[in-house]
Write a protein that binds this ligand. Structure first.
Ligand SMILES: [Zn+2]
Length: 262
């Protein structure tokens, strides 16, 4: 499956819609019903009520689970969307078999939920999220690598792409001890960082070149790099801190993931 396969058709005249969507959040309510937050391709983030989804044999049970990506048939009544039917496309089952992958996937969902406004279509964020969840679920790529790339690409899609080409102070391109200013998203050499960086974070050659690759890679290629050991740790700590600084908030799901991964 690729995210490019997402499509959407909707017919607002009759208040029904068929849309592909990823479940970002799920809460039980009443008996056997679920309230979902779904990131759709075409309608953006919407709340969806899945009545009876928790009942045995329900046709919408699988599609109303966390991480489920499905083609959903929705109907609207009094400004609320209801899930009538669904065909699951991808359930990312690998995430339920590995607690660390599940925890990191939950952080990705929380991040998407936090940055997407209700009703604003965000097809690129959805595609990025699906690619990241797919890699996580498959378990063939290092989690730390998927995490930092997802964080930096998400920030870039939101308009916070860090400027990494040259020192923002003296314009040097070849920098011995690079520093990222987490506040301004700009790169500095050590001397310029002392003067200009408000929230400095030290990088190294390896972490900087991986970061440059991530923010400039074509869609779909953002996870195709390798980095290990200290530079990967440094990059991971930096991308995480960059998200926290730019969004001005922390995530309980991230703390949970770090508790597992160490
Ligand atoms: Zn400089």
């Amino acid at each position: 499956m690729t995210a490019a396969q997402c499509c959407e058709t909707s017919d607002t005249m009759s208040n029904t819609a068929v849309v592909r969507g990823l479940v970002l959040r799920q809460a039980e309510y009443k008996e056997s019903s679920r309230m979902l937050t779904v990131l759709t391709d075409g309608m953006g983030k919407i709340p969806v009520s899945a009545r009876g989804a928790g009942r045995r044999g329900s046709r919408t049970a699988a599609a109303s689970q966390l991480f489920a990506f499905s083609e959903m048939t929705l109907s609207q009544s009094r400004d609320r969307w209801y899930l009538n039917d669904a065909n699951t496309i991808e359930l990312f089952r690998g995430l339920t078999e590995d607690i660390a992958a599940f925890a990191l996937g939950a952080y990705f969902l929380d991040l998407m939920d936090a940055v997407c406004q209700e009703g604003v279509d965000e097809p690129e964020i959805l595609s990025l999220g699906l690619r990241a969840l797919w890699l996580l679920s498959e378990g063939k790529k290092e989690r730390a690598l998927i995490k930092c790339s997802f964080e930096l690409r998400l920030m870039s899609l939101l308009g916070y792409r860090p400027e990494l080409e040259r020192c923002a102070g003296c314009a040097a391109e070849d920098i011995d001890a690079p520093v990222l200013d987490l506040r301004g998203g700009e790169l500095y050499c050590a001397a310029c960082a002392e003067k200009h960086a408000l929230s400095p974070r030290k990088l190294c050659g390896g972490s900087l070149s991986a970061m440059r690759y991530i923010v400039l890679a074509q869609d779909g290629k953002e996870f195709s790099f390798s980095l290990k050991d200290a530079p990967l740790k440094r990059l991971g700590a930096t991308s995480e801190a960059y998200v926290r600084e730019q969004l001005e908030r922390s995530f309980a799901s991230l703390a949970y993931y770090k508790g597992i991964e160490g």
